[in-house]
Write a protein that binds this ligand. Structure first.
Ligand code: MLT
Length: 314
């Protein structure tokens, strides 16, 4: 019998699937401290997490029976991949299951910062009726700069194009031809920074991309540009962004992710031209069901000795 620990909240559809499977049992224990996790790790063959648990080298080493870590979602930046590989632990994820939810959240924030939806809602709820304070801007005819032209960047592109936006992209791992097929011009980072009205980030955090939005790159943007980040907070130097939003260099930002989460002490929280949400990119019912089912399938497949489809540290 393979035993799986689920240490973050998982969609019910995934739990329902686990109930139907022979040869596996699971326990869901959320909110564990690192020490609590280390103490129980030897009991389990598999670990399923979202972003709330960060299996580091100590936790992975404590998993003396651990064979697989399943990340219900895309980003594996909360897992020590080198330690997992060293201990022969396979890391699997669900790369596509929550992409539509993330693309839709990107558009939701883009519309919100352009039409003051969140701020005007708060104003009406407080008893005001200040229509003149909330004259927005249209997405139509604006240029969207997509940084990271992978699967989610392309889903955002299609939706932005439906709003009549022109889309340009920066991604050193994509060819100009592949972008052109989607009616997108691939640009150098500097050219993209100079040409877009709104930027949206869809990159992973690497040494190359960490804090790629900083005072240098912001200074190359048009005055009054806007930034959406539904990818990872560490792509942005938060102090530099806060300075640009406060000085008026940038008009607004829509932020779903933060350098550390929850974002205690972030200079961005509460700025009048920021709309922030608590890492909700993947939080649709559909995405959570799909992610739950897919991660259970991947983890159980691995425990049964089969090769997983989405094996991150292969
Ligand atoms: C992901 O990486 O899949 C998203 O950020 C969602 C999440 O962390 O749950």
């Amino acid at each position: 019998m393979h035993k799986i620990l689920i240490s973050d909240k998982l969609g019910q559809a995934g739990l329902d699937l686990l109930e139907t499977l022979d040869g596996v049992s699971y326990e869901m224990k959320t909110g564990l401290s690192k020490d609590e996790l280390i103490a129980i790790m030897p009991e389990y063959d598999g670990l399923i997490i979202r972003s709330g648990t960060s299996p580091d080298a100590d936790i992975i080493a404590a998993g003396t029976n651990l064979k697989v870590i399943g990340r219900a979602g895309i980003g594996v930046d909360n897992i020590d991949l080198a330690a997992a590989t060293k201990h022969g632990v396979k890391v699997v994820n669900t790369p596509r299951a929550n992409s539509i939810a993330t693309a839709e959240q990107t558009l939701a924030l883009m519309l919100t910062i352009n039409r003051f939806t969140a701020h005007s809602h708060g104003s009406v709820a407080a008893g005001n009726w200040n229509r003149g304070d909330y004259v927005g801007t249209e997405l139509h005819s604006k240029t969207l700069g997509v940084i990271g032209f992978g699967y989610i960047g392309r889903l955002v592109t299609a939706r932005a194009q439906a709003f009549g936006m022109k889309v340009v992209a920066y991604d050193p791992y994509v060819t100009a031809e592949a972008a052109a097929e989607l009616d997108v011009q691939l640009l150098s980072l500097d050219d993209l920074l100079a040409s877009a009205d709104i930027f949206t980030l869809h990159a992973i955090v690497t040494d190359e991309t960490k804090e790629m939005i900083n005072s240098d790159t912001i200074n190359k943007m048009k005055d009054g540009a806007m930034i959406i980040n539904v990818a990872r907070g560490k792509l942005i130097n938060e102090n530099d962004l806060a300075v640009a939003l406060t000085s008026g260099k940038l008009a607004a930002a829509g932020l779903d992710v933060f350098y550390s989460e929850p974002p205690e002490g972030s200079p961005l929280i509460g700025l009048p031209n920021v709309t922030h949400t608590p890492h909700l990119g993947a939080s649709s019912k559909e995405a959570q069901a799909a992610v739950g089912i897919q991660i259970v399938e991947q983890v159980v497949k691995t425990l049964n000795g089969e090769t997983p489809d989405f094996w991150v540290n292969k």
